[in-house]
Design a protein around this ligand. Sequence first.
Ligand code: HEC
Ligand code: HEC
Length: 369
Amino acid sequence: MKEKKKIWSIYTRLFHVMLITSVVTSYILIQKENQLTSHVLVGYLVALLIAFRIIWGFLGVKCSQHKDLLKKAPQVPAYFKNYFNKNRGSYMGHNPASAVYVLLIMTLLILVTVSGSLLYGIQENSGIFASLNKNYSGWMLLLESIHKTATTVLIVFIASHVIGVLLNLVFNGSDLILGMIHGKRIETSFDVILTPKQHLFGLVWIASVLSLGVYFYTKPDNILTQDQSLAIDFRSDSYETSSGCGSCHIVYPAYLLPKKSWNFMMDNLENHFGKDASRPEEEAQSIREYLLSHAAEYSTREASIKVLDRLGDKIPQAITETNYWKEKHKNITKEQFAADYGIKSDCTTCHKTIRDGLIQDAQIKFNYE
Ligand code: HEC
Ligand code: HEC
């Protein structure tokens, strides 16, 4: 049996393990809306890992170079044609199929992390791109679907990569999985020996991702996650609305309903959800003006854009009647609302900051189990 040679450097292997861990963690975290901050932080780690890997590909490390991967891409058809041929040639490092995978997965990861951080700025008004929320909220829905679609494609790719590795194990007895850990392969005739410069770069790569991870863990509230959404002071914005509409329930933020809903509500105050909420003429006029000028149509907040997007042709008479609200709360049963949280229209039990007009994902208090 041929002697095994080490072709994957310690840095490449650590990178691989750290990348798998962070991508999987980030994906698990986003399944719960109130874990958005952690999802984003782990996403930044993915971005940093990839940024270093891109530079690594230019540093001349055998088997990890971009040009090696690109050179192998055209050999993919030949590779599959000879797939079951025991005497087919072997490849140093990546075979053509996995070379193409690596290139595509890296491209997808760039797309996912870039669209993710832009989305975090535009949709959540948070992080380094928060300033884009003001002028680019029109891009929110497109960016979100790019981020989600790229993630889905990424998952399909990762799954088929794993299947490919397993098939290789079954049909070719290739020990790729152990190779990933000890970095050695039979098929090669040389050891990868790193220059001091490459070693230094590798150390900086791994050390900076690890220390950033520790920093994020100890200080999740940092410049990369800061929420720039402005609180609303209803009392000073419109005293009439705050006193006239805030006596029976919280002042619901005007940006959660479209103009036509507010108009409908103000036209029917004497029959307001079974109560008489009518206000003196002048006060009602002032409330109507405030609500209309701060309706969903004039807001760049995520909830406003999505309430309007999913509106349909009806005029919702309550926030809880909008399709967006229903979509976001569909997993909370009536019984859960009643038993644990009172009534659904009392948003404050789960959205602690809604009295200040803020609905932040990180602030949702809800027992997801
Ligand atoms: C006399 C008490 C009273 C006053 C005053 C009042 N409301 Fe209401 N409001 C209610 C009740 C009761 C409900 C129904 C709550 C529920 O569904 O559990 C309601 C529901 C709402 C909802 C829907 C909440 C949801 O579930 O989505 C909105 C929006 C709303 N009110 C806005 C206003 C505005 C704007 C004013 C001021 C013009 C106002 N309310 C004044 C009693 C009042
Ligand atoms: C029982 C707890 C509960 C109550 C009460 C509740 N919500 Fe929510 N809300 C949630 C949860 C949980 C989510 C996140 C859902 C998810 O994970 O997708 C959410 C999500 C949302 C979102 C989407 C998040 C965003 O950033 O746009 C909005 C908007 C929202 N709620 C508004 C309201 C309003 C307005 C009320 C009151 C009329 C309300 N909610 C009452 C639990 C609640």
